[in-house]
Design a protein around this ligand. Structure first.
Ligand code: R5P
Length: 299
């Protein structure tokens, strides 16, 4: 039987693309808040024995988690065959270490909640820095997809004279891939984070690249401090105004305005989180993964 797609609020566009591309059915449901703020939930479609594709990007996760948890519990009660959570942006991946005694390593806690309610997870460029594999925290199968290929395509089409710049050593693996496929050079910086908004990035060695357009590429733009600090180094080095590309447009607080005011030529993001800078569409890589029917057979 065809899979059936259910999208949480805000994910309708991506869900519709998936439905059309893999010829899935669409599940109808009702989700609202009671006057006291508690969640009301009712699935209207017949979902028994069906493979569910649940689309929910997990930006600002705290308010999304409880409805998601209730929905998954309800789907299990309604005897679905499997639940595959498609979450283009996966939250709580950055708090992966106890820096001070008594701190919560929330990436593990969050992973155990999702592992307990879904059968499979598909996500894009989760923040795997200190952890090597999702298996370290998730006990369900996880398909980790990468935006590198679509970012390369965008750079190739829009900035043929790019010099790709990665913010830290952890980014080298995929930033080098982006540059290789876009057929442009790259440099990698060193970064040290001293606090939520305090970041020190090494001065890029760009002397040989004055004729290039710097293109900063990072997985997440959150406070934008990493990018802003790099932009200021590039300005001091006499480089052109850079283009900033982020996979996940988190843009916490005033980050977007701050980055725009830092003297960048353009800000471009993937649509794993809806934002006015979205110019790179992640749906094709998700659809490609979902077309691989073995993922459902493997459950
Ligand atoms: C860190 O390791 C990540 O790859 C990003 O560089 C980081 O999340 C960016 O954060 P912010 O925008 O707050 O500097």
């Amino acid at each position: 039987m065809k899979p059936i797609v259910l999208s949480l609020p805000g994910n309708e566009l991506l869900a519709q693309k998936i439905i059309v591309a893999i010829q899935a059915d669409k599940a109808e449901y009702e989700l609202r808040s009671f006057p006291d703020g508690e969640t009301y939930l009712r699935v209207l479609s017949d979902v028994a024995e069906r493979d569910i594709i649940l689309v929910c990007t997990l930006y600002q996760p705290d308010s999304k988690l409880l409805p998601l948890l209730f929905l998954c519990r309800l789907l299990k009660d309604l005897k679905v065959k499997s639940i595959c959570l498609v979450s283009p942006y996966l939250a709580y991946m950055r708090q992966d270490k106890q820096f001070k005694s008594g701190e919560a390593v929330t990436s593990g806690y969050f992973a155990s909640v999702l592992s307990g309610i879904c059968d499979r997870l598909i996500t894009i460029d989760p923040h795997l820095h200190r952890r090597v594999s999702m298996k370290e925290i998730y006990s369900i199968p996880c398909d980790v997809l990468h935006a590198a290929s679509i970012i390369s395509k965008w750079i190739k089409a829009n900035i043929p004279d790019a010099l790709v710049i990665g913010p830290d050593s952890e980014s080298e693996q995929w930033v080098s891939e982006v540059a290789k496929n876009a057929e442009v050079p790259f440099v990698i910086l060193e970064k040290v984070r001293h606090g939520d908004k305090e970041v020190k990035v090494s001065v890029p060695q760009v002397d040989g690249y004055k004729a290039h357009t710097p293109v900063l590429v990072d997985d997440i733009i959150s406070t934008a401090r990493t990018m802003i600090e790099t932009v200021s180094h590039l300005k001091n080095a006499g480089m052109r105004a850079p283009v900033c590309i982020g996979v996940h447009a988190v843009f916490a607080g005033n980050a977007y305005a701050d980055l725009r005011n830092a003297g960048v030529a353009k800000i471009v993001t993937c649509n794993s989180i809806t934002h006015e800078t979205n110019e790179i569409d992640i749906s094709e890589i998700l659809i490609h993964a979902l077309r691989n029917k073995t993922m459902f057979n493997a459950l």
